[in-house]
Design a protein around this ligand. Structure first.
Ligand SMILES: CCCCCCCCCCCCCCCCC(=O)SCCNC(=O)CCNC(=O)[C@H](O)C(C)(C)COP(=O)(O)OP(=O)(O)OC[C@H]1O[C@@H](n2cnc3c(N)ncnc32)[C@H](O)[C@@H]1OP(=O)(O)O
Ligand SMILES: CCCCCCCC/C=C\CCCCCCCC(=O)OC[C@@H](O)COP(=O)(O)O
Length: 272
């Protein structure tokens, strides 16, 4: 009886392995499906720990979430090569801006996330079952992208509280995922926030995933991601009139860095 189960198990594993070898689509769906399951299950297990240790919604839970998520990369053969972490060592709050390629970014985010840092996320995430619960407990700031007025109101509130609470805020200024190997034009919310709170902007750039991850081509293999934390850009004394320039400056630095890290040197200059 037990031998029977073992044989069945081995047969199923062999079949899955063969299917993965034969079909890139199956390989992709199984790997990405496993990522979703990992996120959902680990969120479900981590949420009670967060509640027991910290009692409710607080940025302190990010430390626990980060510890769990940092182990995910081993399942997918992903390696991170990080430079410039010392640039996070600014006194007090800051706005961190980075490029956003995929849901896999959550791993890269946790790989470098400094203490006392919350992210701005779309409000739909709140309803993603256990993942919604863990993002809520971690202190993620939810915005409604369908309503500029309400998103701006939330951001203005954050500008007021981030200094009092001494938190850093992580924003994806492209506003959506983009896995083309280039940057989308930046939305200005993060930069308004930095100027309103008079805190520095710290750009973080992840090299392009296109060599190992492309949903359109059913590609998801192991791979290396280069991450660079760039020096802070001060905003002291800037006013709302300077936000466009600040946005362009960050965009240009990040685009150049993205191309350099992805082995596309020379491109990205003189663009805005
Ligand atoms: C244990 C296991 C765990 C497993 C799972 C764990 C999960 C763990 C947690 C990790 C969570 C990670 C969460 C990541 C989520 C990532 C995302 O969801 S990305 C998507 C959401 N984020 C964003 O959209 C941020 C970037 N967007 C912006 O900053 C936007 O500007 C906006 C504030 C949302 C508004 O957007 P929109 O409505 O499109 O309007 P705009 O065109 O940008 O702006 C119009 C106009 O208003 C000006 N403006 C913008 N902001 C402000 C402001 N704060 N104050 C004043 N004015 C503002 C802007 O300049 C425009 O005017 P202009 O004249 O055209 O310049
Ligand atoms: C009861 C409902 C159950 C629903 C379950 C859904 C569970 C979803 C589970 C796992 C996904 C893990 C994702 C981790 C968080 C990553 C956040 C993220 O990267 O969101 C994308 C968002 O930035 C941009 O969104 P769009 O590109 O504009 O779209």
């Amino acid at each position: 009886m037990e031998l029977g189960w073992l044989l069945w198990g081995a047969a199923v594993l062999l079949l899955l392995h063969l299917l993965m070898e034969l079909s890139p689509a199956v390989n992709f769906v199984l790997r990405i499906g496993f990522y979703y399951v990992l996120c959902i299950v680990c969120s479900g297990l981590t949420a009670p720990v967060c509640l027991l240790v910290n009692g409710g919604r607080t940025v302190k839970n990010m430390r626990i979430i980060k510890t769990v998520v940092k182990s995910f990369k081993y399942f997918f053969g992903l390696r991170f090569e990080v430079k410039g972490l010392e640039n996070f060592d600014v006194e007090g709050p800051a706005i961190i801006v980075s490029n956003h390629q995929s849901i896999l970014d959550m791993m890269g985010l946790m790989e470098v996330l400094p203490d006392g840092c919350v992210q701005v996320g779309k409000k739909e995430l709140m309803y993603a079952g256990t993942v919604g619960l863990i993002t809520y407990l971690g202190g993620v700031i939810f915005i409604n992208r369908k309503s500029t007025t309400s998103a701006k109101m939330v951001m203005a509130e954050v500008a007021k509280t981030m200094t009092a609470d001494n938190v850093k805020v992580w924003v994806y200024p492209e506003g959506t995922r983009n896995c083309t190997g280039d940057l989308l034009p930046f939305k200005k919310g993060a930069f308004h926030l930095a100027v309103q709170a008079q805190v520095p902007v710290i750009p973080v750039v992840y090299s392009s995933f296109t060599t190992f991850y492309n949903p359109k081509k059913n590609l998801f293999t192991s791979g290396k991601i280069k991450v660079e934390v760039l020096p802070p850009i001060e905003t002291k004394g800037l006013t709302s009139d300077d936000v466009s320039d600040l946005t362009d400056r960050c965009y240009n630095i990040m685009r150049e860095t993205l191309f350099r890290l992805s082995g596309r040197s020379g491109e990205g200059k003189d663009s805005s």
